[in-house]
Structures are given as structure tokens and as C-alpha cells.
Design a protein around this ligand. Structure first.
Ligand code: FAD
Length: 343
């Protein structure tokens, strides 16, 4: 059977590997042997959940593939070089899928190959539990979710350079998020307004950067390091594909759902090459559906430019989605790309 190597085992990589394991020898490489459900990390930081509940063994999540724990450090047209415990292993491939996502400030995301993410998250929990005032920097979805989560037990100040929170959501959702945070006594300072006073803790919620430095002399990347792909998620090198947050794409598509759709789509493309069947048409991004939590009891759910749900039910929707996704149950791309855009 042909050999497919997938670098990065998260939303994009796991769904790509799942789609190919029956027709190829699939090798999944990740710096960690656990998959982290990043969209719920704010609940762990706020102390409502233990780290264990957002971490799952990659081997248990996806059977029928070989899992290699190591950091990919280089690649060429036929091999990936992986650093495992200080030595380099060369893994040959017929198809390579790059799904390495983005780095983010700690403790929101782990450093690659950090030894103990559980301990790191537990340490962050202790830090925030012992703090009475917290400064959250960043007014995107991450900053807003973190501020909402911490608001119940802390004096929270959220500061953002922009003049609105969650600028990529519809106007009604932006207003709802601002009103909700203010109702929970979060002080929101927008447009770079100076924030005075001292804070026990500060948490940075901005600055995602693609983890693609190791690809610099291999595939084409844009000026920020995101991997360039064509309409079928092919990179500049034959038989090398990319999916998820490491790809250069519309700013509104850096979401788990899109990583998932792209992973599934790339699996279909690779499968068509392996089986010699007709490839799917060019990738069409499904409509944007975003659930934003505003603490444990509030939130806003948007479909395209509409708010379709708000209030207590939204955190429940998010919890349901999590239960679905961590089991790698299908969110079929072929179905979602046919939904009306409402953009
Ligand atoms: C705090 C937070 C909250 C979020 N909330 C939501 C939400 O509510 N809804 C939503 O849709 N999206 C949300 N997102 C965005 C979502 O998490 C990302 O879009 C999604 O994780 C991207 O998936 P991915 O598979 O592309 O990459 P990632 O999830 O970033 O995974 C990349 C994987 O590759 C591995 N890796 C990277 N480099 C290497 C290497 N060189 N060698 C080996 N392994 C490597 C990493 O260890 C990691 O496992 C949130 C993001 C953050 C940070």
C-alpha cells in the first residue's frame, strides 16, 4: 500500500488520516502523543475543568495508523526528517500531508515537545486561581472567551487594539459579546485605550504564527510563513498537501471546523490519486458557523452574518460539538459545503 505521512495530529491531520487509513499505510507524526481540544482550553484555565478532560491519546483516538512521537524538522521530495529523543529518523512517504497548525502564546497553547502539558495547564490554573485581578490582552474570540470564563471569580480587564471585540463576527454578535462581558463586570478597554493599575496576572490572547519554519526551503509559503496551496490543497511540491491553520487562506477560516473540512477534503484528494479515481472539485469553504462562549452560562452562535442563538444554550452547543469531534465523528465536508452561505 502507498505510504501517507501526516505531520500534525489535530483537527486537520486526524481527519485526513482517518479518511486514508483504509487505503494507505498512514503514519501520523506529532510532537505530543496527546491531542488537545484547544477550543476548550479557556475552561481549563478558569479552573472549571481539569487538563485531562481536553487531552486524549492520539493512539486511542485513531486506530489503524502508526503514530510517531517526534518533531518534524525538515522534509524533501521523498522523506520527512523527524527528531525523536535527540536523534533524527527519516520517514519516507508517497504522499505528505502538512497539518502543523499555529503556535500561540503560552499557556493558551503548549510549546512543541513541551514535556508535560498537564503540569503546565495545572500550573496555569493555580496561577489564575490565586490571582484576584487579571489583564486579558486581545479582543478576538480567544480573549473574549478567556475573559468571560475568568469573570466569575476575578476582576477582569480586557484590552484590545481594535475598536470592537470579535471583529470577524456579525455586528449583533459583537454587541452581544461586549454587553455580556460588561454585565459580568469585565472592564473592556478598546482602541488601545490606556489601562492603568496593576494586575496579579496577565494573559496574552493574540499572535498565532504558523509552525512551518522547518519547511522554509521546501514548499512555497507566504510572507508570514503560511503554506500556499492551490484550489485542491496541493502545495508547490508534487504529492505534498497542506490543511488547517498552517495554510494561507481567508482570515475567517482559521477555525477548527475549517481545519476539519480541509483535512477531510485532502484525504479525498489523496485517495483519488491513490485509487486513480476522479478527484473532487475544487475546495469550497462551507459557511462559517461560530459558537462563542461568554462564560459558563452565556454565549452567541452565528451562522454566516446572522446570530442564530444566544444565551445559556450556546455553551451546551459547544459542549455537544466537543463530544462529537473528539470521537472524530463525521462533519461531512460534502454536506456542509452545500449549506447556504448567508454571508
Ligand atoms: C484558545 C483557542 C480557542 C479556540 N476556540 C475555537 C472554537 O471555539 N471554535 C473553532 O472552530 N476554533 C477555535 N479555535 C481555533 C482552532 O483551535 C484551530 O483552528 C484548530 O486547532 C486548527 O487545527 P489544526 O489541525 O490546523 O492545527 P492545531 O490544532 O494547531 O494542531 C497542530 C498539531 O501539529 C503538531 N505539530 C506542529 N508542528 C509540528 C512538528 N514540526 N512536528 C510534529 N508535530 C507538529 C502540534 O503538536 C499539534 O498537535 C481556537 C483556538 C484557540 C487557540
Amino acid at each position: 500500500m502507498p505510504r501517507v505521512v501526516v505531520v500534525g495530529a489535530s483537527f486537520a491531520g486526524l481527519y485526513a488520516a482517518k479518511g486514508l487509513r483504509s487505503i494507505a499505510d498512514v503514519v501520523v507524526i506529532d510532537a505530543s502523543d496527546e491531542w488537545e481540544y484547544t477550543p476548550s482550553v479557556h475552561e481549563v484555565l478558569g479552573g472549571r475543568r481539569m487538563a485531562d478532560t481536553i487531552l486524549a491519546s492520539i493512539r486511542d483516538t485513531l486506530s489503524g495508523v502508526e503514530v510517531v512521537r517526534g518533531v518534524a524538522v525538515a522534509a524533501n521530495e521523498s522523506e520527512v526528517h523527524v527528531e525523536i529523543c535527540g536523534s533524527i529518523k527519516k520517514l519516507p512517504y508517497d504522499h505528505l500531508i502538512i497539518s502543523v497548525g499555529c503556535a500561540y502564546a503560552r499557556p493558551i497553547k503548549a510549546q512543541l515537545a513541551s514535556l508535560d502539558r498537564r503540569a503546565q495547564l495545572a500550573g496555569a490554573q493555580r496561577l489564575y486561581r490565586d490571582a484576584s485581578s487579571v489583564l486579558v490582552v486581545g479582543g478576538g474570540a480567544v480573549g473574549v472567551e478567556v475573559a468571560g470564563e475568568l469573570a466569575a471569580n476575578h476582576t477582569v480587564t480586557l484590552t484590545a487594539r481594535e475598536d470592537e471585540l470579535v471583529g470577524d463576527l456579525p455586528g449583533a454578535a459583537r454587541r452581544y459579546a461586549l454587553d455580556s462581558l460588561r454585565a459580568q463586570n469585565v472592564r473592556v478597554a478598546l482602541s488601545g485605550e490606556e489601562v492603568r493599575g496593576s494586575f496579579d496576572e496577565k494573559i496574552e490572547c493574540y499572535g498565532a504564527r504558523p509552525r512551518t519554519g522547518w519547511l522554509a526551503t521546501f514548499v512555497d509559503r507566504d510572507a508570514r510563513g503560511f503554506v500556499r496551496v492551490d484550489g485542491h490543497y496541493r502545495t508547490s511540491i508534487r504529492n505534498v498537501w497542506a490543511a488547517g491553520d498552517c495554510v494561507a487562506k481567508d482570515a475567517k477560516q482559521y477555525l477548527a471546523a475549517y481545519a476539519h473540512f480541509e483535512g477531510e477534503y485532502v484525504a479525498q484528494m489523496v485517495a483519488s490519486e491513490i485509487l486513480g479515481s476522479a478527484p473532487p472539485g475544487a475546495y469550497v469553504p462551507p459557511p462559517r458557523i461560530v459558537a462563542l462562549a461568554l462564560g459558563p452560562d452565556d454565549g452567541v452562535l452565528c451562522y454566516g452574518r446572522f446570530v442564530v442563538l444566544s444565551g445559556r444554550a450556546v455553551p451546551w452547543v459547544k459542549a455537544l460539538v466537543e463530544r462529537w469531534v473528539v470521537r472524530l465523528w463525521p462533519l461531512p465536508y460534502a454536506l456542509f459545503c452545500r449549506l447556504p452561505a448567508l454571508a
